[in-house]
Design a protein around this ligand. Sequence first.
Ligand code: F6P
Length: 416
Amino acid sequence: FRRLGLRGMKQRLLVVANRLPVSANRRGEDQWSLEISAGGLVSALLGVKDVDAKWIGWAGVNVPDEVGQQALTNALAEKRCIPVFLDEEIVHQYYNGYCNNILWPLFHYLGLPQEDRLATTRNFESQFDAYKRANQMFADVVYQHYQEGDVIWCHDYHLMFLPRCLKEHDINMKVGWFLHTPFPSSEIYRTLPSRSELLRSVLCADLVGFHTYDYARHFVSACTRILGLEGTPEGVEDQGKLTRVAAFPIGIDSDRFKRALDIDAAKRHVNELKQRFAGRKVMLGVDRLDMIKGIPQKILAFEKFLEENPEWIDKVVLLQIAVPTRTDVPEYQKLTSQVHEIVGRINGRFGTLSAVPIHHLDRSLDFHALCALYAVTDVALVTSLRDGMNLVSYEYVACQGSKKGVLILSEVSDQL
Ligand code: F6P
């Protein structure tokens, strides 16, 4: 905050992220219900306190009619949120396509999809075009709410084009951009057809932040190798203009998790879980159902454990909370079927009349139920194949208190 020039509560902060911290569900023509969105960005930013902040983003639903848009805008205003309305076509091209099918796998070292390796494919071009249009739509909403002196904090790979839109509108806007995923080595990043345009846009920000020093270094070396710009200890310099680049590891508001366990609802959940799994050790996985989280690998490792240690059958249970995500993207649909198939096979193989070894849930839990689960669990498994700052490990430790369970943390997770 200090480096962005934010001096305290009096200064306003506009957070801009693809997703709002709440997701909306329509209950009637002008009725909406809101629930907290899943994911690390939301979990991390809920910990930002003592600033006058508003959040601009997509509410995760298509709202084609004006009545619905107005009602949702009003409902969100109570949460200090401002919606950006994206239609189905743009969501398909920008979010499912360019963000989730191109940038996400590339930034997690999974490479570009086969058909997009050539910049000339029409698919790629129309998705990149939609990406820029969507970023411009976020920028338009920022202009409507911006007041002189506001600090604008743009988030993630969805909005790499936004710093440029904002600075072209008003060069005096204070703009930060933070990436919640890895930034890959320049050898990987340079395979992206739109590499230069995106880097140049991000460099329009005053301050660019990453989870780790390595990602910041990868970004600076991409600017040097691809754009021929000079990297300095402070950041990247282009014709006398310096963009500061630095590492800001995110965390969680651990007190929020500890406090949740003092509430009666959470205590009830804890007691129920203890009774339900009495006499068995509980292992837990909490992930969005994403290929980078290593969920099939985790479940297969559990199968191997039972195979090699049959004395543990019936004495240990794996609870996997797999929050559905990006369900319109074919890769994610395939992953869901694959996980279901493996879980079914293992439960068929090692289940008994009284118990199954794996409880797999395709949904999120309410906050108190989740904290209770973290509190009673003996082992938490974070098995990411590549990840940004995985916050489940922090949440687990925050809820364990004096229990001191075991955290098994992937060595490619950023905490290590
Ligand atoms: O980690 C990057 C990120 O954008 C986080 O904000 C969040 O954990 C996740 O991806 C959310 O993904 P989506 O909004 O696509 O469900």
